[in-house]
Design a protein around this ligand. Sequence first.
Ligand code: FUB
Length: 316
Amino acid sequence: MFKQCIIAAALAATSMAQAANPIVTNIFTADPAALVDNGRVYVYVGKDEAKEDGKDYVMNEWRVYSSCDMQRWTDHGSPLRYSTFKWAGRDAWASDIVKRDGKYYFYSTVDHASIPGKAIGVAVSSSPTGPFVDARGTALVTNDMTKETSILWDDIDPAVFIDDDGQAYLYWGNTVMKYAKLKPNMIELDGPIHTVGLEAFTEAAYLHKHKGTYYLSYSRHFPEETVYMTGPSATGPWSFGGVVMEKNTNVKTIHHAIVDFNGKSYIFYHNGKLPGGGEFRRSLAVEELHYTADGKIPLVRQTDAGPAANPAPGCK
Ligand code: FUB
């Protein structure tokens, strides 16, 4: 029994010793979300399970990896599946994660089993590697709560940002970007849903702050490229900043997350560069991201090498 426990623990956190892009090479992974916690960087992805000739996404679970240096990654397995949400019917699509008051809140896109269309759920855990449980027992956002488009997939790609004053915001959307305040409990909307007109917005909104400036980045056009806006608050007004990353060659999506880790900034994204990869078989990758002295983000080029080693002191 003791031996079985040791083997199970080893399987649950397997060191991958990977030092280049794509970060994960044994499965296809997409839609990164990132979190830095206690000096360690965590990245969450959906697992792409489509066959090589597949014609649509097959995504049933999220997976989590972590690193102390941006080069060697530990595989923590799957902390939750779409079926963690009993009201969901399928599809572990894009997610985001945030920590508040010692708890980890995981916001994720799934297909609702009884309300037609995509929905956003929120799960909670006391650990960044899970396991996560449904925090509400119902969806936080459903397709019938938003009316700007008639498509069934406009309530996808949650991104959560907590401002310095403690106010949390949820951003999401496809075709139209929406945002709403979250209550301090992180599992209820607080007030109305707002829509924001963004040029050629497709999906994958992401909010972060750097040196007092708010950055709203997103995927525009289709095939997608990642662009950013800047503003004086978490709700804008937004001014166009530029292109962060150019579109992929063999996959139309590029979903990203931007995070600071150990004194440097990074952008996680996906491409289709793993052998056998493509539209529904994507691969997690990461690059260092820079800011100019006046706060602009220069274009980030995809590399095979990935970022240089950045060992965080005290991280084990
Ligand atoms: O992975 C499914 C969907 O594709 C995501 O929700 C979008 O961001 C796009 O990457």
